[in-house]
Design a protein around this ligand. Structure first.
Ligand code: HAM
Length: 435
């Protein structure tokens, strides 16, 4: 049997409605915040992600799916959305249209990581990017958008962790003292951190292996090396969050795993024991050099991305289902070949009018067909035998009220519509709630 590749999964019919619902909620939030959808290719030129030889991020150095296509071009499956959006922004000169482009995207990303719960090799992200403004208010807006999404999904126990990496001058100053500090502990650093020591010592603070060692705790803190301008930017972000009553926690060790960040960086953590280490459901930050690094005009940017799998897992575990049980309007039972053919015709009329209908295509008996109506959560069951058909009549049962009537076959559609318009629930499974 051919099976799916490691780190991938199938979204089966029982789950796909939750995905559609989640996407729907996301679109509504983006509309409220006035972010417009952008769809970029799933694969990009290798250089879109591999911009800098000195990049130390795991994502770029260890996790990308890179390959040569048949035309000998180096291609990378996108491991994240930001760089592709930045490439599209430059290539399509979106800056000409609008001084600030507020964009959102959803779709699959690919990272060669060790699969575990909430961590896959193909996973989906929802991301937003605001390009063209260096206002701290837009950093706060993005976090507010994330908070709105979390609220809309009914998720509780979320922590916003935030920090500032400052501008280039702040980071250069900080970099030097960090190198000095960690150089004293070279023997105790893990292999990855030794590599980061010269290239990007900030990322040492992100290390899961060395994090708990004593020399970590007394490492210099970035806040003491921020330039006045950087301090001001961060202060204004926090003030804006306060003004919107968004709770946060400043985490001085938060540096984020990607190398393009400056100034504001943040993560949204969910407190679900089942999540284990994968408790970050969304994260982002400012990246004022990325567009320039991709040969575009100097343009500041800030954004955030959520892992959709983690959002869904968290919302399922929170006990508040995203969707109600699936239902249909009518199930048609035809007793005999002639009646079944008529059922298809009646169903077709109802479907053209927008009603969802189903019938049996397996030639099963009456009992099995009633069961199927039940399984489909049909609000109405329409039963047609040869005798009724001769009289142009059909039996129709309202599964919500248990009332059964015999009506003209020409009245099926208006009968159902009329009942639905009486304000009773469209679905038999909601019966209990209604009563
Ligand atoms: P990231 O932190 O690498 O940031 O990913 C964002 C979110 O994607 C994570 O918080 C997590 O929920 C989800 N995620 C990442 N890797 C996996 C995986 N292997 N399996 C399942 N979910 C995963 C970025 O990607 C940046 N582009 C965010 C950003 C946008 N920064 C600025 N703009």
């Amino acid at each position: 049997m051919i099976t799916k590749p490691k780190g991938t999964y199938d979204i089966l019919p029982g789950e796909s409605r939750d995905w559609a619902k989640l996407e729907d909620v996301i679109r509504k939030i983006c509309k409220i915040y006035n972010y417009k959808e952008i769809r970029t290719p799933i694969f990009e030129s290798f250089n879109v992600f591999h911009r800098d030889q000195n990049d130390t991020s795991d994502m770029v150095t260890k996790e990308t799916y890179d390959f040569k296509d048949r035309g000998d071009r180096m291609i990378t499956l996108r491991p994240e959305g930001t760089a592709g959006v930045a490439r599209a922004y430059i290539e399509n000169k979106l800056y000409v249209e609008n001084p600030v482009s507020k964009l959102f995207y959803m779709g699959p990303m690919f990272r060669y990581e060790r699969p575990q719960k909430g961590r896959n090799r193909q996973f989906n992200q929802f991301g937003v990017e605001a390009l063209g403004s260096n206002s701290p208010l837009i950093d706060a807006e993005i976090i507010a958008l994330g908070a709105s999404l979390i609220r809309a999904l009914g998720l509780k126990d979320i922590k916003v962790k935030i920090n500032s990496l400052g501008d280039e001058e702040s980071r250069t100053n900080y970099r030097n003292v960090l190198i000095e500090h960690f150089s004293q502990y070279k023997d105790e650093l893990c292999g990855d951190c030794l590599n980061r020591l010269e290239k990007n010592p900030l990322r040492i603070l992100d290390c899961k292996v060395d994090r708990h060692k004593e020399f970590f705790k007394n490492a210099p803190k970035i806040k003491d090396y921020l330039t006045e301008e950087s301090k001001e930017h961060f202060k204004k972000v926090l003030e804006a969050l306060d003004a919107m009553q968004i709770q946060y926690e400043v985490d001085e060790n938060l540096v984020r795993g990607l190398d393009y960040y400056c100034h504001t960086v943040f993560e949204l953590e969910v407190n679900v024991p089942e999540f284990g280490a994968q408790n970050v459901i969304g994260a982002g930050g400012r990246y004022d050099k990325l567009i320039k690094d991709l040969d575009g005009p100097q343009t500041p940017g800030v954004g955030m991305a959520f892992g959709l799998e983690r959002l869904l897992l968290a919302s399922n575990l929170s006990g508040k289902p995203l969707t109600k049980p699936e239902s249909i309007h009518a199930y048609f039972i035809g007793l005999g070949a002639r009646a079944q053919a008529e059922c298809l015709k009646l169903m077709n009329i109802c479907r053209i009018g927008g009603l969802s209908c189903e019938m049996d295509y397996l030639g099963r008996g009456l009992k099995a067909q009633f069961k199927a109506a039940d399984k489909n959560n049909a609000r109405f069951t329409c039963i047609l035998g040869d005798n009724e058909l001769d009289d142009f009549k059909i039996n129709i049962k309202d599964n919500l009220t248990d009332i059964q009537e015999t009506i003209s076959i020409y009245d099926v559609y208006p009968y159902i519509i009329n009942k639905l318009n009486q304000g009773t629930s469209p679905c038999a499974s909601c019966k209990e709630k209604k009563e």
